[in-house]
Design a protein around this ligand. Structure first.
Ligand code: PLP
Length: 436
């Protein structure tokens, strides 16, 4: 090419949650029947969408306007509904005009970082949901900057680490939090949120809070929306339908912009995101249309409660079964629907393996493992787990962290099957760790 056509952030895009699937599919071609524990899609794992939800959606399909474009920001009545809801919840003021719909939060995430000045950085948690860390790194053409979540302190953020990194790096303009957190299941306690808001205030930063799991919490920590503790700091809060209806196929997420007018640069940045959205014309109309009816239906709360109870129960069972395994540690999640397991220091090595009877599968796993760099020890474990126990999890190194571990889901609907997965997983971990 006459000029360099490669984006400066080309090497920063990775999404292990789906990348690992390609290898799993290769193994399935050779006869392995995998249990997919990699992706956070409750519907794919067997969650049944209630009939009343489907009826609301079918009623919307009878209206001609459902087939039309929506306005750039999203349907006004839906934005008004959300702004009223937030005012009832007691957060900082949110105008319907400060809500902007996207084709899922994946789309919103991409726009938020793409239209941020290249030299302005957003520091995010480590481990981190890779859509954020990759998009931020790609916008800057440099590795994502992170603050540590501590697996030995309930995955709470290291506030001193965060403050120091901000203090010594003037390019940091924003702080990202994911609350409830993916992959750790941690919920930011109110006091910690206030400390983060205070840092943002002190250094004149904006905040991004991805709250897509805001209705998926099951204690003991209580979820507090960022809007309740913002204290005038400019912020983008991200919400969506993918996890809580759950309706990931609707591709419907939105941002709520707080305190836009407190800072002219922030207001200009938000206008850029809006203008970029305008070029795209519109976001998905159907889910926006049904959102107020779904959220205000008395059955919705009961439905969410049933799901929260199920995740609490599964989190307990998972920690009980995996908690007996030597060489790993975990924190019982309080929100979202994942469990992150960390390998203790020194538990993994380059020589470990699991027995695999099928010769072709064994060869595929060995080849894949030998193509890895020496430090990719949790990826090696994940490949052997796929070949030897037919379980697909996501290696923790895919979440922008140096910790070794993996993330599994709490989504398996069939109780007996869930316990079997956990027992098979425990046995495989023990065998793998003690294999040399
Ligand atoms: N944010 C977080 C923290 C997620 O875990 C996910 C999906 O797993 C998303 C955003 C993506 O949401 P959407 O389906 O709206 O693109």
């Amino acid at each position: 090419m006459r000029t360099n056509i490669v984006h400066a952030g080309a090497d920063e895009l990775s999404y292990e949650i789906r990348e690992i699937v390609d290898f799993g599919l290769e193994l399935e071609k050779e006869g392995a029947h995998l249990v997919w524990e990699n992706i956070g899609d409750p519907v794919a794992k067997g969650e049944i969408i209630p009939e009343w939800v489907k009826e609301i959606i079918m009623d919307a399909l009878k209206e001609n306007s459902t087939f039309a474009y929506s306005p750039t920001k999203g349907l006004l009545e839906t934005r008004k509904f959300l702004s009223d809801l937030r005012s009832k919840e007691g957060g900082e003021k949110l105008d319907a005009d400060d809500i902007l719909f996207f084709n899922g939060l994946g789309d919103a995430t991409s726009k938020i970082y793409t239209y941020l000045n290249k030299n302005a950085r957003v520091i995010g948690p480590s481990p981190a949901y890779p859509t954020h860390s990759s998009a931020e790194a790609s916008h800057a053409g440099a590795h994502h900057l992170t603050y540590a979540l501590n697996p030995y302190r309930n995955w709470l953020p290291d506030i001193l680490d965060l403050r120091n990194k901000i203090h010594y790096n003037e390019s940091i303009s924003g702080i990202l939090i994911i609350n409830p957190d993916n992959p750790t299941g941690m919920i930011y306690p109110e006091q910690v949120l206030k400390e983060i808001v205070a840092i943002a205030k002190e250094f004149d930063l904006f905040l991004i809070s991805d709250e897509i799991y805001s209705n998926i919490y099951y204690g003991p920590e209580k979820f507090v929306p960022l809007s309740r503790v913002l204290d005038g700091v400019p912020a983008i809060v991200m919400r969506g339908l993918s996890k809580e209806v759950p309706w990931p196929g609707a591709r419907c997420g939105w941002i709520e912009v707080y305190n836009k007018d407190k800072d002219t640069a922030f207001a200009r940045y938000i206008k850029t995101i809006h203008d970029a959205k305008m070029l795209e014309v519109s976001s998905t109309t159907l889910p926006q249309k049904v959102l107020p009816k779904l959220f205000s239906d008395p059955r919705y709360k009961e439905y969410l409660k049933r799901r929260q109870d199920a995740y609490r129960e599964r989190a307990l069972i998972a920690c009980k079964i995996l908690g007996k395994v030597k060489g790993i540690s975990m924190v019982k999640p309080s929100g979202a629907f994942y469990l992150t397991v960390v390998f203790n220091q020194g538990a993994l090595s380059e020589k470990q393996a699991l027995p695999i009877k099928n010769e072709k599968i064994k060869k595929l796993v060995e080849n894949k493992a030998s193509s890895l760099p020496p430090h990719a020890l949790d990826k090696r474990f994940a490949y052997y787990l796929m070949g030897g126990a037919h379980i697909c999890v996501v290696p923790l190194s895919g979440f922008n962290t140096d910790l070794y571990g993996f993330r599994m889901t709490l989504l398996e609907e069939n109780g007996a099957k869930f316990e079997k997965i956990l027992r098979d997983l425990s046995e495989a971990i023990e065998k793998y760790i003690s294999s040399c």
